[in-house]
Design a protein around this ligand. Structure first.
Ligand SMILES: *Cc1c(COP(=O)(O)O)cnc(C)c1O
Length: 447
């Protein structure tokens, strides 16, 4: 950590630290946190209700949703052994984990945003064709409805997980599904999609280029809906819809959130849609008592760069710079987070209240993946491990201490709740996971 990365004198030090790919914390929230830009609580509520309306249909389409009656949900787990393994003292509060790594259907947090956008599109097409006259969503599984969907295409550009969620959901409803993937997308993700009848188009460049190519192709076709990860409000709202269930889970576990019991949430960040949506929902639920921190790889800190640029702090780099412009290479094993440029929509939504952003070295991702396996028996993918560096970054850096002091949190840490959001992993093939684990172990041995 860069010890002098304080928001009061931030820029030269933070920039220096970012450029040298050192783990860096930017904790930028001021005293007067504001609500979520142009997105209202009513819009989030509509996404929550859309998932409810579709639950009977999802239960029919996916046997794994039988027990939850069509809800795609994850557990909130206390992880005391992981807290100990990370060396986090009880005096800092309690560590919990939001287990989106085990979300059914898509195996990652993309099951929220991606599924929501496909459902919203399906709802629109169904209404246009008079398929929902009786308001019976289960009839969208009928041959008649599927024949209508089959004349439409859903396309997306993705490094992997978004493609998985869009592809699986779209093809389950009967849409033609096309996923544009970057060169670094994992082979098993492509295979999984092809096995579901999804058309996978491979592009030579990085993630942003795959998205641009997919977007251009889709624009030529009026029966094609392109899921635009960098611009989509529907995705963001699908992620935000995670929060009502989380509020209930916190209450069930008697975790209070108020001025004396702050809530810290650490969420892996790619373009920022997933963490941005979740942070928006949390802000609407808990106001100033929740402190969201986004986690990015040291080579792909696009969201931190976007926040700094938006504050006018990156002179000469324009308003919306990529990580390449800082001399970084966007190379990371965290394929869900390998994004060179942030979503402007997500940045606008969270700018007024985001606690901050921190970066994590790839080695740390593997060490934490391994620690979580050994301490709690939970298996996640490298991207999903990024949040575990958060509590340390807050507690042990000057920037973090400065934040806790500015927000008057230091007297209340023992009553704090820290949630690390684990965002993916369920469908990682065992051989692949074994390699992740081995890499984490060799690092722990100092190799
Ligand atoms: C996509 C993804 C994220 C981040 O989501 P963005 O919307 O790109 O910020 C985090 N973790 C995993 C595992 C993901 O697949």
């Amino acid at each position: 950590m860069n010890p002098s990365a304080s928001p009061l004198d931030p820029l030269p030090e933070i920039l220096q630290s970012l450029r040298s790919a050192c783990p860096t914390l930017w904790a930028g929230r001021g005293a007067g946190a504001r609500a979520g830009g142009a997105v209202s609580a009513a819009q989030v509520q509509q996404a929550v209700q859309r998932f409810e309306r579709f639950a009977p249909l999802l239960q029919q389409l996916f046997p794994e949703l039988e027990a939850s009656r069509g809800r795609i949900e994850s557990e909130l787990l206390p992880v005391p052994h992981m807290q100990q393994a990370l060396g986090l003292p009880e005096a800092m509060g309690s560590l919990l984990l939001k287990a989106d790594h085990a979300l059914p259907v898509a195996g990652s947090i993309k099951a929220r945003g991606g599924v929501h956008e496909v459902l919203e599109y399906a709802e629109r097409i169904a209404q246009l064709h008079g398929l929902l006259n009786a308001g019976d969503y289960a009839q969208l599984a009928s041959d008649e409805a599927r024949a209508v969907f089959a004349r439409h295409q859903v396309a997306v550009g993705s490094t992997g997980n978004l493609g998985l969620s869009i592809g699986v959901m779209a093809s389950a409803l009967g849409f033609q599904a096309v996923v544009h993937m970057s060169a670094d997308a994992k082979e098993w993700k492509k295979q999984r999609l092809r096995a579901r009848g999804v058309q996978v188009v491979e592009h030579a460049g990085d993630y942003a280029q795959a998205v641009a190519a997919g977007r251009a192709l889709a624009q030529q076709d009026t029966h094609c809906h392109f899921v635009d990860d960098e611009k989509s409000l529907s995705l963001l709202l699908g992620y935000a819809a995670a929060v009502p269930r989380l509020v209930v889970q916190l209450a069930e576990q008697r975790r209070v959130v108020d001025a004396e019991h702050p809530l810290f949430v650490y969420i892996p960040c790619g373009v920022g849609g997933a963490p941005g949506g979740v942070a928006l929902g949390l802000q609407q639920a808990f106001g100033p008592h929740v402190h969201c921190f986004f986690a990015e790889p040291v080579q792909s800190p696009c969201f931190m760069v976007e926040m700094l640029a938006g504050a006018g702090s990156l002179p000469g780099l324009g308003e919306h710079p990529s990580v390449y412009e800082l001399g970084l290479n966007n190379r990371t094993e965290a394929d869900g987070l390998a994004v060179p440029r942030a979503s402007e929509l997500a940045a606008d939504v969270v700018r007024g209240f985001l606690g901050g952003v921190f970066t994590v070295a790839d080695e740390t991702l593997f060490r934490h993946l391994c620690l979580l396996h050994d301490s709690e028996g939970l298996d996640i993918e490298p991207s999903a491990a990024a949040g575990f560096g958060g509590p340390r970054a807050l507690l042990e850096t000057a920037a973090g201490q400065d934040y806790l002091q500015r927000q008057n949190l230091l007297p209340h840490m023992a009553g704090a709740t820290h949630i690390v959001w684990t965002t993916g992993g369920l469908f990682v093939p065992p051989e692949e996971y074994a390699r992740f684990l081995e890499r984490g172990r060799s690092l722990a041995r100092g190799g």
